[in-house]
Ligand binder design. Structure first.
Ligand SMILES: NC(=O)c1ccc[n+]([C@@H]2O[C@H](COP(=O)([O-])OP(=O)(O)OC[C@H]3O[C@@H](n4cnc5c(N)ncnc54)[C@H](O)[C@@H]3O)[C@@H](O)[C@H]2O)c1
Length: 262
């Protein structure tokens, strides 16, 4: 086991589930000190329990916050710096899918909510973490886009808009802050089996048909399967580790190759 995060502090949003939790586990195993942010306190405690099982000495800070609330974001960044003194890595991951519907039928309130969390939440996160990293003259950020940030997805106007915007905003921050020795990238996961994807499949196939809907979904994936959260965790670990400093301003698909095919 390598120890790339032995002296590093990483802030993770959406750390109570799915990709956030899996990444927290990967980083903790490699010695990271972690500030874990989520709306849902109980889910953060569960993440903590899972981390303690694999990395008993991990230093953790659990913070309940809504990433769509700018004051709450300012606070979680301040609290993280107060506890650990610095921020080396930021996994700007919290997000929601929204309710699926064709564009003309898309509920405007749901649209606003998806934009508030997926886009503004990521913006606020960068807005308050970037000055900390600029001052340090080091740091890496991974924003979470999606294949929906580089391709269209039926019935997901708000999600696709928010994730395309995250991809664009990532490139912007990367060209602005590269000169301060920061690396800012986005990842574009395909379907990775998490609670969010189960929810999405239930919207497509219903309570009884979601597993069938899942099989149909992956039948057109070159790898014929869903991705695993820990596979995303390992990519994020590489991007935050310092081993990839010259990678800056890119959106990296992790989707079994699915987004390449016509
Ligand atoms: N799972 C996939 O296949 C997939 C694919 C592409 C992109 N993504 C993106 O990855 C990220 C994580 O998704 P996941 O699959 O792990 O989902 P998930 O639902 O399992 O986890 C998301 C976590 O974010 C938290 N969260 C939601 N809204 C929040 C808010 N306003 N403030 C703070 N925390 C909040 C939730 O409580 C939850 O713990 C999202 O941005 C999602 O869009 C996921």
């Amino acid at each position: 086991m390598s120890n790339r995060f032995a002296s590093k502090v990483v802030v993770i949003t959406g750390a109570g589930s799915g990709l956030g939790r899996a990444t927290a586990l990967e980083l903790a195993k490699e010695g990271a000190k972690l500030s874990l942010i989520d709306l849902n306190e109980a889910s953060l405690v569960e993440t903590q329990n899972q981390i303690k099982a694999v990395a008993p000495n991990a230093e953790l800070l659990l913070l309940t916050a809504d990433v769509s609330n700018e004051e709450a974001v300012k606070q979680y960044v301040e609290d993280s710096v107060k506890k650990f003194g610095r921020i080396d890595g930021f996994y700007n991951n919290a997000g929601i899918e929204g309710k699926q519907a064709p564009t003309a039928e898309y509920d405007s309130n749901v649209f606003d909510k998806v934009i508030d969390i997926n886009l503004k939440g990521v913006f606020y996160g960068m807005k308050y973490v970037l000055p900390v990293m600029k001052e340090q003259q080091s740091g890496a950020i991974v924003n979470v886009a999606s294949v929906g940030g580089i391709r269209a997805v039926h019935n997901q106007a708000a999600y696709v808009a928010s994730k395309h915007a995250v991809a664009g905003m990532t490139k912007n921050a990367a060209i602005e802050y590269g000169q301060y020795n920061l690396s800012i990238n986005a990842i574009a996961p395909g379907a990775i089996m998490t609670d969010m994807v189960v929810g999405s499949l239930k919207q497509i196939g219903g309570e009884d048909g979601w597993e069938e809907a899942g099989k149909a979904f992956v039948s057109v994936n070159p790898k014929k399967r869903f991705g695993k959260p820990e596979e995303v965790g390992r990519l994020v670990a590489f991007l935050l580790s310092g081993e990839s400093e010259f990678i800056n301003g890119v959106v990296i698909p992790i989707d079994g190759g699915q987004s390449n095919q016509y």
